[in-house]
Write a protein that binds this ligand. Sequence first.
Ligand SMILES: [Zn+2]
Length: 525
Amino acid sequence: MKPQVEIYDTTLRDGSQGEGINFSAADKLRIAEKLDNFGVHYIEGGWPGSNPKDMEFFQQAARRKWKHARIAAFSMTRRKGIPVERDELMRNILEARTPIATIVGKTWLLHVVEVLRAKPDENLGMIGDTIRYLKDKGRTVFYDAEHAFDGYKDDPEYALATWQAAEKAGAACIILCDTNGGCLPEDISRIVGVARQKLTVPIGIHTHNDCGLGVANGLAGIQAGATQIQGTINGYGERTGNCNLTSVIPLLHFKMGLSCVPASSLPRLTELSQFVDEIANLRHDTRQPWVGQTAFAHKGGMHVHAIDRVARSYEHIQPEAVGNRRRVLVSDMSGRTNILMKAAELGFDLKAEAPETRSITSEVKRLENLGFEYEAAEASLALLIKKTLAHSEAPFLVDAYHVSIRGQNGASMCEATVKVRVGEQTAHTVAEGDGPVNALDGALRQALGKFFPVVKKVQLTDYKVRILDGVAGTAAKTRVLITSSDGKRDWGTVGVSENIITASLQALVDSIEYVLMSGKKGQSK
Ligand SMILES: [Zn+2]
């Protein structure tokens, strides 16, 4: 059954124009496979001929079987003054051997005259020739009408003439593009409405997020009758990015009741979003709607109390519906309910009336007053809860440490020594590093690695320092938040002290204790 809205993903083409995004051909194939499994309808792989990576992608893609998606190659209308069959652009896009060819062309007279330096009629000829030629070669041709909205506002008659040229030449869909991202939803609705009236071919919408309206404008296009929406995963793209498909897809499905990707894919949305960030080597945007880590995080005590009773009361949708999860943040605003829910999330069975609950709550408050913060340091909180409940001994103790820094030939070098005690045994190690924390981390893990092999897999992946305001007469405090990873999961720990090294050591020790607590393996002999 044909869906009501078709999803055209351009993460690999328009999305890769974003700052800091650089996909290899192998990256592109992995993302395309993921998108295909998810059930998007079209995957635009790149612009064949623009670089060797894109051609390599198309060569590989042509050999694979795609379950849901059809692969599209992007190019532009033939160049001015060159017959279409002699234009190298056409040779390249045909060599890509994709079922879909997407061709971008000019709508806006300003661009035709000033940028292309072409006659208005010549541009119409370029559009028509290109589409006809590719269609004759067996391609399904989509026509991306660049600057469609700005062009229409400037000269409606000419804009319409360009779209009609595309329709007449046999385009299978005409996609109106808000290339500069400056339109309001009402502009989009009105102009898509006009296109629907004047054309019989299906209409698509392609928007950018320059005004923070990428998604809103895309949906305005759909409401006005467009049946294809173009965008990127996580909203990647030039400047502020493209229309974000990780918002568009659940909005179409849950809020507008329109079919797009298979319903069974929706719970995999968060995973898709994280996967693409990982391949792009970008940190996941925690505040991203629907799929961000904080999308269903609750902080205020009263909120949390209500969530505990009726989740629906403070959430617009169930987090699991998009593969996300509810999180309870512990902060100085928090009451006992936060601690209880946090404990349950961490796998501890804690009762509201239990004396331990009261003592954990007051301990958290006391530490927060000292400058600790547990929102991003769930592992430190888990240890705190665990130590209170289990009265357990620490698996190791740091008996002594020393950090030194020296300058040498214009470079600085740090050295740290650490002495740890595990049961009756001790280990004493020294390590060098680019900085004091790096050296300390190295020495600590070397020492503990002898007793607990699992520690060798742990890596420090992020390190943040915040100077907390000193109250008059006292020294300012330093809060250190570190993120560690074992390659499979990440956890955060916190340390606070007047001394940055001491604060760092606390956070490092917590991080390792947490690993030892969560994986019972790796015990010392
Ligand atoms: Zn674009």
